[in-house]
Design a protein around this ligand. Sequence first.
Ligand code: MV4
Length: 447
Amino acid sequence: MFGKILIANRGEIAVRIIRACREMGIQTVAVYSEADKDALHTQLADEAICIGPAAPKDSYLNMERILSATIASKAQAIHPGFGFLSENSKFVEMCQQCNVAFIGPSAELIQKMGNKSEAKNTMRKAGVPVVPGTLEPVYDPQEALEEAKKIGFPVMIKASSGGGGKGMRIAENEEEFLGHFQMAQQESVNAFGDNTMYLERYVRKPRHVEVQIMADKYGNVVHLGERDCSIQRRHQKMIEESPCIALTEEQRQKMGMTAVEAAKAVGYENAGTIEFLLDESGEFFFMEMNTRIQVEHPVTEFVSGVDLVKEQIRVAAGLPLSVSQDEIHLSGHAIECRINAEDPEHGFMPCPGTIEYLHLPGGNGVRIDTAAYNGYGIPPYYDSMIAKVIVHDKDRESAIRKMLSVLGELVVDGPKTNIDFQYEILNQPDFQKGKITTDFIPEHFGE
Ligand code: MV4
């Protein structure tokens, strides 16, 4: 096992990883920016190294400085968390060159899955269901129009390098296709320097359902059930839950096994997530594979009882998976709400500032992952998520009631937050009935 791990991240996920290391008897090294000298992760780690100014490119994205800190502190491995360098294949290669273990999959796999159209083709060849669409990349608007006519409208125009909705447009008909294609392609060129596009049939009112998988270095792969992440605002997830109540037991089995097959087909290692679109008829299609631990991993930890971060560290150190598929029993229902310092009344504008008073509820089946504390100043340079509230209870109705109780008790004085907005979502009759699709927020609260 590793003796010392460097955590190349900040905020609640850095704290989450430090705690896992401590429980495993592993020494921890935090890296921090000048804006994070009083951050919780900086204080909690055994050692902390300042890696530069506040701007992410000068600190948490600065590969040379992070590797220098790793070598100077004699850490044997880097846990990247999510965001920042977690899906940067160049960084993974640099780790390898420095003889430092990267806690995650190989550079090749990250690169392969980072290209969305290539990932889709890889999965299609492995027998995983994908949304019907182009098999080859498209570049030329006129040629794309011909392909779109073959698929049939409406079509989804997507950037190969995309993700998170960037470079993505819906064309309802032939007339608007060329304009939308050119806009999506331009957006992709601007954001990723890549004009490679692909087309798909547009799936109306889908659910976003993703399967957590975990793989070791010996070809063992397990899945830990699915998460329904349909409640999103502008491609930012707000609420995640497990299980997805729209699935029958048969569909759930099929989706889990499909995810395991997909991971095996690419020789995956470490934690990963296979994203599916679930349509109104119950058919599901591969969307993307995320090659990192995700924000919403605690809902899976609650229903499975498996500590995913500890498992990531174990498999990266060369140990076999600690559980087999037969030993994984999913129980009850878990829900996560992301708490952001933002103003829902003014376009969800980020609201950095000092937390004057913080009260975190607790109780049976309540978990709050946060790096916030009384008097903490939220810096303006990073994302606005300040806490994750996760609850677990015997069924969905009980979990919703628990979440409403926790959100009602939670106090964050100082910055504006989305706590009341989250409460309103959970209070909606359609949410309580499980009528949730990716259109839930625009349909119930407007754009
Ligand atoms: C789609 C789709 C409908 N049909 N593809 C959004 C981001 C990217 N990961 C894929 N996305 C979508 N792809 C087809 N063929 C609808 C979405 C989509 C969506 C997906 C998951 C969660 C929220 C979403 C919100 C809007 C659109």
